[in-house]
Ligand binder design. Structure first.
Ligand code: CMP
Length: 140
């Protein structure tokens, strides 16, 4: 099915100047950028975005990292976009990510792991709406 997913290029990858290289991977895989913005997240925004992880031991470090510099946020659209983006990203822990994936190539640690991608259709809808008004996402 034609799906949309939320993607975030995290502060580590923005600092490495690889936004374009990561966008090229999306495009080569047939994923279309249908909304995008660069943003310095506030602590409240980062905490709200990752609210499902609030009780996890890594929550504070995750929030600190996500506000350590600007992020590039985009909605991606394509056939099976959610799984496709997860395949492109590779495993959460870059040490376990398959060769040629974004995290294998650009991430340094499980915290500084270059990208975020929605994990399911329900979370994708919530995550896209968290950052984009419906008028900011191009119509299909
Ligand atoms: P992300 O897909 O953005 O969702 C939550 C983030 O928490 C995850 O990527 C990792 O960067 C970070 N994180 C840190 N430690 C862990 C862990 N043990 N398990 C899962 N995610 C973790």
């Amino acid at each position: 099915a034609l799906e949309r997913t939320l993607s975030i290029i995290k502060p580590d990858a923005v600092a490495k100047n690889v936004i374009g290289e990561i966008y090229a991977r999306f495009e080569k895989a047939g994923l279309k950028v249908v909304a995008a913005k660069m943003k310095q997240l506030s602590r409240k925004e980062a905490e709200g975005f990752y609210a499902v992880h609030r009780e996890r031991p890594f929550f504070n470090a995750l929030v600190e990292f996500m506000i350590s510099g600007p992020v590039m946020i985009q909605a991606l659209e394509g056939e099976g976009a959610i799984a496709k983006n997860r395949d492109l990203m590779g495993a959460t822990d870059p040490k376990k990510a398959a060769p040629g994936t974004i995290r294998a190539d650009f991430a340094d640690s499980i915290d500084a792991n270059a990208v975020h991608g929605s994990d399911a259709a329900e979370t994708a809808a919530v995550e896209i709406a968290y950052f984009f008004a419906s008028t900011e996402v191009s119509a299909r």
